[in-house]
Design a protein around this ligand. Sequence first.
Ligand code: PLP
Length: 444
Amino acid sequence: MELLKQIPQVDKLTSDDFFIGLNQSMLNKIARDKIEILREDILSGSVKKIDIYVLKEAIKIKYEQLLSSSLKPLINATGVILHTNMGRSLISKEILEKASKVICNYSNLEYNQDKGCRGERYEHVSKHLKTLLDVEDVLVVNNNAAAVFLILNTFAKEQEVVVSRGELVEIGGSFRIPDVMRQSAAVLHEVGATNKTKLQDYKNAINENSAMLMKVHQSNFTIEGFSEDVDFEDIQRLALQHGLLDYYDLGSGYVAPLPYNLSNNELPLAEILKKSPSLISFSGDKLFASVQAGIIVGKKEFIDALKKNQLLRMLRVDKITLSILEETLKAYLEEKYDLIPTLKMLFSDTEALRQRAQKMQSSLKIEACEVIESITVMGGGTLPNREFPSIALHIKGKASSLERDFRKKGVIGRIEEDRFLLDIRTVLEDNEVELLEIINEIVK
Ligand SMILES: *Cc1c(COP(=O)(O)O)cnc(C)c1O
């Protein structure tokens, strides 16, 4: 076929000035693929003429696609601070910069500088956590799911764990307590009813094969009405009486008192830890507002046992996690909450948010938006059904098309009663200028 002979050679094609400054071997790989497709199209008769310019354009576009990042920053204007789909808690530049000294250098991650021998990876954050939370010992793993798994596998392998039926929760992203229990080789002994569990139910369940009484935070839902559950404190006392382990999968733990009365029915870590539980675990990137991690705190003898489980090697954290966590802990110790973006956003008062919104509105050319009071939630499977006030820019126009136009430009807002809202609480001050530009582009 005449047309097949007109297909350019890969080298000739990619050494064209059109591709000046681009990497030759990457170009060749892409060009080979494109030429192969072209050859097939000619053979099948769907291409009747070779357009070299179109071919070169296609190669360049593919090249640029490959080099554009898959992970991209977004502007979160939903008002949901711990947005699970958008990365949960944020790390501030200040904290990242301090941590980068360790991340970008060799470090004493597992090196004891005093003695010149191998050191302990888990030591680094433990003194900060022990001081901050006043606990005997700590262990940090990959995430809280890993913490739950490790604890069940270490202490309840082929033994029974008593859990209330009201707490057999699904957290999302395929984490279900009964399934995790099965995979960790622990035997679930469920007690009570969905809406009611009494201390007596736990008591009746205890037998010679019991290992642990476990409480699980409901995290992302609440049971209202005719309902009752047992305080961890009472579960703890019962476990102690029977020589069993007490463990609270707290999900999300927080340090400083929360604003907007959000602390109601939600004890801070210090309060829960006062009673010296055997073990508690929580996420590093929910209300604790740091990096993804599972933080286990409790009695030293149990933490020691966890450290001996071979599984820990599979669940261990790396220097990036540890260094960022250590910097967050230092900020907590000095109460420098400004360095912790999640807390900064949560603690912003609505008056300050209103002023930011009004300032943004006034620098917009259009009359197409108004500042309104809104309501938001914490998100991330924390503080279920607990709403608190916020401030939003209502962008006037068809909500569904606005939502799509903003989303395409990397701004995620929310639709409420057919109105498209940009909630200011979760918009970083650093992103305000960019957001204003995008609003101006979309709302002409
Ligand atoms: C969120 C949560 C988990 C999972 O924690 P990750 O850090 O996301 O792995 C486990 N248990 C409870 C109760 C939770 O709320």
